[in-house]
Write a new protein. Sequence first.
Length: 84
Amino acid sequence: MPVRELTEAETARLLTYDEVAALPDGTRIMVKWGGGNGPHEYTLLHHEGRLYAMVGGERHPTCSDWLEPIGLVRYHDRVFLPET
């Protein structure tokens, strides 16, 4: 998926950090990184108190693979669930 801005429908589905933290490991998520990349599909991993974006069972190979902070008021990484 090319780098682009979020659509209105995606923006309406943004999750807070607490909502993402409540999701189980392996949940498919979409991430628009704070640096502007994305949105891209990942799977969620809880590890040592942090939330990670995984690709193909591996942690995303960038320094921004952990998802903090996430929120609707002030956020860097924006996370939403893909359409089913």
